[in-house]
Design a protein around this ligand. Sequence first.
Ligand SMILES: Cc1ncc(COP(=O)(O)O)c(C=O)c1O
Length: 374
Amino acid sequence: MSVAVKFSIPYGKQTISQDDIDAVTEVMSAPLLTTGPKAKSFEEAVASYCGAKYCVAVSNGTAALHLASLALLKKDDLVLTTPNSFLATSNAILYVGAKPIFVDIMREGNIDLDLCEKELQKNPKIKAIYAVSFSGKMVNQEKLKALKEKYGVIILEDNAHAIGATKDGVKAGSCKNSDCSIFSFHPVKNMTTGEGGAITTNSKELYEKLLMLRNHGMVKTADMAPWEYEMRALGFNYRITDFQCAFGISQLQKIDGFLEKRRAIAKRYHDSFENTSIKPLYDFDEGSAYHLFVVRVPYHDKRELYEKLIAKGVGVQLHYIPINKQPYYKELGYGDEYTPVMDKYYEEALSLPIYPLLSVGEQEYVIMCLKDML
Ligand SMILES: Cc1ncc(COP(=O)(O)O)c(C=O)c1O
């Protein structure tokens, strides 16, 4: 007879304390609930934390990707991207009538930039690369820089998993080697605003375009009458509220502490799985923001393993199903790309619980359950 498990450890969870609640409550009685002073302060705080010149905060990470794509791409543009991401990354390319080209990943989970270079050599018409910092590990920055310089491609970094990450001395969101970077502040991410997102960039022109597109394509200038505005592009309402931004400011003040805890959890997983058949996705990386902790497991039946762990209250997850193999993408003609590393990854990968509030005892329980089954 099986014993019902009365608790469950999720794979990810937000960390909210009284100061976050107080920050949100304060705005609820302020005159402006949306696009007020907190939105501006949040944007300045994100830009300053990342070391970028500009930031535009928006209603979610998908909106950030959509606005950036509207600003950077044109219809029929070809964009290299990864199959190992949430749907939103390549959907944003489709939203603007451009065409994703799925490139295989490296063993560490990120897009293979050497393969990107081969694609760029084959087809000089390729316009952009959308690179995801999968699990919180940024892509090789030297290589990104080299591709940008040599081929003049537009580069967007999807840093939805990676606020606070660094790589080769470059901070996520600083856009040192890219045109722009996006973040998501969904509750499962490293910091949250409930729903929310942001785009950072060092280009004033791009920044102004994004501001306009976030607000219906409307522009108001100093020489206009007070009631006047002009619509100059087909924009959207992707604004974020002031109470979300107050929440974001409060969370951002604590992000380094959150990251420290995530890294300590990742290190404990590494130490515990040493000399076992459970292989972390990459060697312990101080620079990773460890939004996810992915292991490769040699289990013959992943579904069975998954279901057994869930039954024991261990909230494992799978990130990600290859996007190009989704039915919608298959209808568009995708799905047969040569991506052996991604295919193998999908067979073996499992995301384990990781979030600042995960206790040592809970983590030990996760480790014990996994070891027992393997
Ligand atoms: C890599 C990546 N990009 C973009 C997004 C979209 O962010 P949001 O859920 O805030 O729209 C997500 C969300 O899961 C993501 O994981």
